[in-house]
Design a protein around this ligand. Structure first.
Ligand SMILES: Cc1cc2nc3c(=O)[nH]c(=O)nc-3n(C[C@H](O)[C@H](O)[C@H](O)COP(=O)(O)O)c2cc1C
Length: 183
C-alpha cells in the first residue's frame, strides 16, 4: 500500500473476523513498532501480544466507559496488542511523562503497519489498569498505555469526521491559519 493510502485506510475497527493473523505480517508490524523513536532511545515500552481466548476475555472485561463495542471487538479479534511503559525508563519534562509518548508512538507505528498488512485495529484507552495488569502478569513498575484488537475487519468502517485544517493548523502565529491545499 502507498503511505498515504495507509494513513487514509486506518480507521477504528470494532467488528472482527476471528481468522488468525499471518505470522509474517505480525512480525513486520512489530518490527515497524520497534523502529519508532523514543526518549533517548530508551525504548521504555513493551508489547504483549495476546491470542489466548482466556486472557483476551479478561482484557475485554477490563474495558470501562464502553457501549460494549470495544469489549466485543477484543473478544472477536484473533489478537490483542497491549502496550505498557516503564516511567523510570523515559523522561519527565515540565510534568509531562514521556513514557506515554514513547508507548503511543510505538502503538501508532504498529497500527499503521497492521493497516498496511490488511488488518484492522482500534486504540483502546478506557481500561482498568489493575485488571489488565492482573490478566497478563504485568510487573508493578509498568503502566498500561493502551491496547488494540488486531484482525480482519468484519465490515467496512469509515473515518469519524475530521476537523477543518484551517482551525487546527496555524502558520507562524496562533490564529493565523495555514491554508495550503494539494492537488
Ligand atoms: C488516546 C486514545 C484513546 C482511545 N480510547 C478509545 C476507547 O477506549 N474505546 C474506543 O472504542 N475507542 C477509543 N479510541 C478511538 C477513537 O475514538 C477514534 O480514534 C476516533 O473516534 C477517531 O476515529 P478513527 O480512529 O476511525 O479515525 C481512542 C483513541 C485514542 C487516540
Amino acid at each position: 500500500m502507498q503511505f498515504y493510502d495507509v494513513i487514509e485506510n486506518r480507521v477504528s475497527v470494532k467488528q472482527f473476523k476471528n481468522t488468525p493473523i499471518d505470522k509474517d505480517s505480525l512480525a513486520r508490524a512489530i518490527n515497524s513498532a520497534m523502529r519508532s523513536p523514543s526518549w533517548k532511545n530508551n525504548t521504555s515500552y513493551k508489547f504483549i501480544l495476546v491470542d489466548d481466548p482466556r486472557e483476551k476475555d479478561m482484557l475485554a472485561e477490563s474495558i470501562i466507559n464502553d457501549t460494549n463495542e470495544a469489549e466485543m471487538a477484543v473478544k472477536q479479534a484473533p489478537m490483542v496488542a497491549v502496550v505498557v511503559g516503564d516511567p523510570a525508563k523515559s523522561g519527565v519534562m515540565e510534568n509531562k511523562e514521556y513514557y506515554l509518548v514513547d508507548g503511543a508512538i510505538a502503538m501508532e507505528h504498529f497500527m499503521l503497519a497492521a493497516t498496511n498488512e490488511g488488518y484492522g485495529t482500534c486504540w483502546i484507552g478506557s481500561l482498568d489498569e489493575d485488571k489488565v495488569r492482573q490478566a497478563l502478569n504485568i510487573p508493578s513498575n509498568y503502566k498500561v498505555v493502551a491496547m488494540t484488537p488486531v484482525g480482519e475487519s468484519a465490515r467496512e468502517f469509515h473515518h469519524n469526521d475530521k476537523k477543518d485544517v484551517r482551525e487546527y493548523v496555524f502558520l507562524n502565529k496562533w490564529g493565523d491559519s495555514y491554508t495550503e491545499t494539494y492537488s
